[in-house]
Design a protein around this ligand. Structure first.
Ligand SMILES: *[C@@H]1O[C@H](CO)[C@@H](O)[C@H](O)[C@H]1NC(C)=O
Ligand SMILES: *[C@@H]1O[C@H](CO)[C@@H](O)[C@H](O)[C@H]1NC(C)=O
Ligand SMILES: *[C@@H]1O[C@H](CO)[C@@H](O)[C@H](O)[C@H]1NC(C)=O
Length: 484
């Protein structure tokens, strides 16, 4: 994930077909990319449209990756499902990611990850888990998020920042049972959160650099490897402090965390970070959703109508106690239009906007396109959403109605809508992610109207996740009256 961006920032694109981006002599596609780097997403989308869905590239710098960029659901289905065994995550991924655990328990233990995924999957669909996580989300939304918004009403806030804090707080609560304090009204800087982000970014830097660069840097503790080790220390210190404070709980925890060595804790942090990434994507997804809602009042009205209809079914008790409405699981499940509105914003602004696969052996796609071992096949969700051939003439419009047929929400093909990955790697938390997003969206929209700060520029940042580059500055205006 996100490797596309890294590769783009270092590699030179060169199309091998006449249909791809313009190829300059000697420099390949470099000048074209350099000019459009700040607008990479739009550029990539247009290049895909122009090429009819697939173009080749060749990097001439640092490791010389090569391969193709595609938006073709047939090829994506082939990689993610039909022949997914031939398209694993690359070796490079593993080496760079796990290395910083030293000889930690994750090294080379594929089976462990498979088991964990199986367990996680079963767990996430159990009633017990759904009840537990619904409760924790409810508590966090009502005791923290809504309180914070209430304290800040009428002031300019960065809603993206608030939603990311929400994620971090939620993760800390679930993984450690500690309150990170991220959502306190003063919106404090959390050194641990910062260090944590740094560590993950540094792992990314390792991807960016060839082995012969980062290995020596690591050995001599210089450059980004120095920053990394400092950040790891902050994370370690937090872990140790947590262990000291919660030794008993950890030792006798039902989940069976035995022994509380650094390594165990750090491992747990890594799992948590992966988990956080999945949820970070819901925060980022929601930021784009709120932005689109603020720009599309008709959609907002339809969402509110649906919420009111559902609340009407509660009858009298609800009317007497409007401002304390806590949505139930069943009510959220019934919010079809909201589901469509969220899906539609994830389509246009997929939080993970690129992914890539590497075939282990030479292969041929169902349409006859050959792909060589060692090549990379990148697929670009952001561009796919903007292709008429996939989504029709109104592909660039925000139109939740496209997800509703005869009053029912209808899924699109996983391979055309790869927001949650697809095939055997379909995101295990998909159903839960929707519940969480609907809970936050409905709870906020019921109480507040978002007003965008005039002149504030909203655009995507080039990074692994489709963050808003300058955040989402809004004021939250309390709705005069919920409902009569
Ligand atoms: C790339 O940049 C050039 C020059 O700024 C601009 O004319 C062109 O429209 C850009 N292409 C895309 C796809 O944004
Ligand atoms: C959800 O919708 C179904 C079917 O319309 C309805 O029977 C049920 O009462 C609704 N549940 C809630 C909690 O609103
Ligand atoms: C990507 O995100 C990380 C962590 O938030 C940040 O430190 C880094 O500067 C970002 N990279 C780019 C290219 O914006």
């Amino acid at each position: 994930m996100g490797l596309f961006i890294i590769f783009i920032s270092k590699a030179i694109l060169q199309s091998l077909t006449t249909k791809g981006p313009m190829v300059w002599p000697i420099f390949g596609t470099f000048p074209t990319i350099a000019i459009n780097a700040s607008n990479l997403y739009e550029w990539g989308s247009k290049a895909l449209i122009k090429s009819g869905g697939t173009f080749y590239y060749r990097g001439l710098w640092m490791g010389g990756t090569h391969g193709m960029v595609t938006s073709d659901p047939v090829k994506i289905e082939y990689m993610l499902k039909t022949n997914f065994k031939n398209f694993p995550k690359g070796k490079a991924y593993k080496e760079r990611f796990y290395d910083f655990l030293g000889d930690g328990i994750f090294n080379a233990d594929d089976e462990l990850w498979k088991t964990q995924r199986r367990v996680a999957n079963a767990e996430m669909h159990s009633t017990r888990f759904i009840r537990f996580s619904m409760n924790s989300i409810k508590t966090l939304v009502h005791d923290k998020l809504l309180k914070l918004l209430d304290a800040k009403k009428g002031c300019v806030i960065d809603l993206q920042d608030v939603l990311l804090r929400f994620t971090f707080d939620n993760t800390c609560a679930v993984a450690f049972g500690v309150d990170s304090g991220c959502l306190d009204v003063e919106l404090p800087e959390i050194p641990f959160a910062k260090a944590f982000e740094k560590v993950t970014f540094m792992v990314l830097m390792r991807f960016l650099s060839p082995r012969y660069l980062w290995k020596p840097l690591k050995f001599f503790k210089i450059g980004f490897e120095k920053t990394m080790q400092e950040a790891v220390k902050v994370v370690h210190d937090f872990a140790e402090k947590t262990v000291r404070e919660r030794k008993k709980e950890l030792l006798y925890n039902k989940e069976g965390i035995k022994g509380t060595s650094r390594c165990d804790l750090l491992s747990r942090l890594i799992i948590m970070e992966q988990d956080k990434k999945e949820k970070d994507t819901s925060s980022v997804g929601l930021s784009w959703f709120f932005w689109l809602i603020a720009k599309n009042p008709l959609v907002e009205t339809r969402i509110l109508d649906e919420i009111y209809d559902i609340l009407q079914q509660r009858g009298k008790p609800y009317k007497e106690n409007q401002e304390n409405v806590v949505f139930t699981y069943d009510e959220l499940r019934n919010m079809t239009y909201l589901q469509a509105a969220i899906s539609e914003s994830l389509r246009l602004y997929p939080p993970v906007s690129f992914d890539h696969k590497e075939p282990q052996e030479d292969d041929v796609f169902p349409d006859g396109t050959p792909v060589k071992k060692g090549a990379r096949v990148l697929y670009m969700m952001y561009g796919m959403a903007r292709m008429e051939s996939l989504w029709g003439k109104d592909c660039c419009e925000y139109r939740p109605e496209r997800w509703i047929k005869n009053g029912e929400f209808v899924w699109e093909s996983q391979f055309k809508y790869t927001v949650f990955n697809a095939g055997p790697r379909l995101c295990v938390g998909k159903k839960f992610a929707y519940m969480q997003m609907k809970m936050i969206a409905a709870s906020i929209l019921l109480r507040y109207r978002l007003k965008l700060v005039e002149g504030h520029k909203v655009c995507p940042k080039v990074n692994t996740t489709l963050y808003m580059k300058y955040g989402l500055l809004v004021t939250m205006e309390p709705r005069a009256k919920l409902i009569d």
